[in-house]
Structures are given as C-alpha cells and as structure tokens.
Design a protein around this ligand. Structure first.
Ligand SMILES: [Zn+2]
Length: 283
C-alpha cells in the first residue's frame, strides 16, 4: 500500500512493503514542495527539460535537506530508454571513466548512496532484496518495459547476488494508467511476444490503437521471474489523471518537469556505534 508523507515542504509517497525494511530510506516524490515556476511547478528535478538551472538546483537542495542526505550522495543516470543496468560496487569510486552514464537502472549494495529515477508518466520500479540488502531502481518507459528491464533487474539480483525469490520485494510507483495510455500498433507490437500480455495490452476503441498498462506489464515481468505476488506493491495513482500532484509528459503536451524517486540503504548502525566508542576512548 502506498501512503503520502511530508518532509520539509516536499510531499512524497512510500510503499508500506519497503517502509517495513528498516535498513531503507525511500521516496516516490510528487511535484509539490519546490521553487520552479509555470510548466515546471514546482519540484522539478531535471536540468534537461528547459527549466531554470538555478531553480532545479534549489529543488535538489530542498530534497537533500528534507531527507538529511548530502547532495553528493544522490546518483542520477541519463535514462536513455534502453535496458542497461549500472551496478555500483560497495566500495571505491563508481565513475570508472568519463563515459556518460547512459543507463536506465541502478543496482547497488553500497550504503548511503541514494539511487534515483526521474519520471513523468514512465514507471519507477524499486526492487529490494530484504535479506542480502541489495537495491535497484528502474526507469521503465514503454521501450524499457518492452525490453523487459524489470525482469532483467530481478534476474541480475538472483545471478549476481544470489537473491532468493521470496526475499525480493518490488514497489511500483505512480505512472501513466491504462486509460490514459493509448499507443500505436507499432508500440503494441513490441509487447505481443511478452508472456501474459493479455493482462496489460488491450485493443482500444479506435481501430489500430491499443491501451497499454505499463505498471501492470512490469508487475507481470517480476511475477514471471518467480517473485510472489504479495511481495509486489503497485501504486494506483496515475500521473496523467493527477497533474496537480505529478508531472506528466503526455498530460502536459510535452513541456513539463520530472519528479524524483529515490531509495538508499542507510549507513550501518554498527559502524556508527564503533565510531562513538572511539570518541569515548579518546576522551
Ligand atoms: Zn490516468
């Protein structure tokens, strides 16, 4: 179940499934609580959509302050509508070259790194191994969903970290709903070969058009990897139907901002305890 919360001026959603994991901090932010104006009102987190840089920077500052996470601990990738996943190792620098971070998902077991996905209709998918403490955030638009990016992230957890299906949780945040998402046959064709597509792809009233339930397509991919249904939380909020709360690419006609969705493994309490001990011994 998803519920609204407020940190500073920022309104955000949390999934109760993920909120139960005490090692996690996570938020599916709304567009509320920032300083951007007009089409970007107000918590626009993207520098790439035509908003004033100064406003976007102030918004990032507000986010960092509201969640008490230093700005440099947020990691954003380029989101290029493919299915490549950026894996961040627990230690060491993660920028191994000057190459652009052209990825649509981030996976890590590093603590204190807030991995981010920006959305405005696309589906933000959060995946967590609650036992091994590995997390992934996925940007799933229609191209990524057609490529099976959520399934790929789940399989990567299992293969790289040895995650067991029953330990994997998923939370699927606000995105465009089925009724708002009419697509052409050329888009629908990409989903026709996917298993159980009758659950998320429907013929539209208009001939040659289809209605696509993008969140449902990603949920189905995760279930088909063997994850129990009760381990998956799906928000029923549509970004197009609720443009006072969320940025919507399709709903706005294309000129709009991006909301941020992030998840982080909190720092190890044992580390802090040890640090305290050391302080005491010095005194
Ligand atoms: Zn809708």
């Amino acid at each position: 179940m998803f519920s609204f919360f407020k940190a500073g001026q920022i309104e955000y959603l949390q999934s109760s499934l993920l909120a139960d994991c005490d090692f996690l901090t996570h938020a599916f932010c709304t567009r509320r609580g920032g300083v951007s104006q007009d089409d970007y009102e107000s918590l626009n987190m993207s520098f790439k959509e035509g908003d004033e840089d100064n406003h976007v920077l102030q918004n990032w500052g507000r986010l960092a302050a509201a969640f008490n996470i230093p700005l440099e601990q947020f990691l954003v990738v380029n989101q290029v509508h493919k299915d490549d996943i950026f894996i961040v190792k627990p230690y060491g620098g993660y920028f191994s070259s000057r190459a652009e971070l052209d990825y649509d998902a981030i996976m890590t077991d590093r603590v204190d790194l807030a991995i981010c996905v920006k959305t405005a209709d696309c589906v933000p998918v959060f995946i967590v191994d609650r036992v091994k403490k590995v997390i992934a955030v996925v940007h799933a638009g229609w191209r990524g969903s057609a490529l099976g990016i959520s399934a790929k992230a789940v399989r990567m957890l299992m293969e790289n970290y040895g995650s067991a299906p029953q330990d994997i949780l998923a939370a699927i945040g606000p995105s465009i709903c089925q009724c708002c998402y009419q697509v052409d046959a050329s888009v629908a064709d990409n989903f026709l070969q996917q298993k159980d597509n009758e659950e998320f792809l429907f013929a539209a009233k208009k001939v040659g058009k289809w209605m696509l339930a993008l969140a449902c397509a990603n949920r189905r991919q995760i279930i088909n990897c063997g994850i129990p249904e009760e381990n998956i939380d799906v928000s029923d909020l549509c970004t197009v139907c609720n443009q006072d709360t969320f940025f919507s690419h399709r709903g706005s006609g294309g000129i709009t901002g991006r909301q941020i969705n992030f998840m982080m493994i909190k720092g190890e309490p044992s580390y802090h305890a040890q640090a305290d001990e050391n302080n005491c011994s010095v005194q």
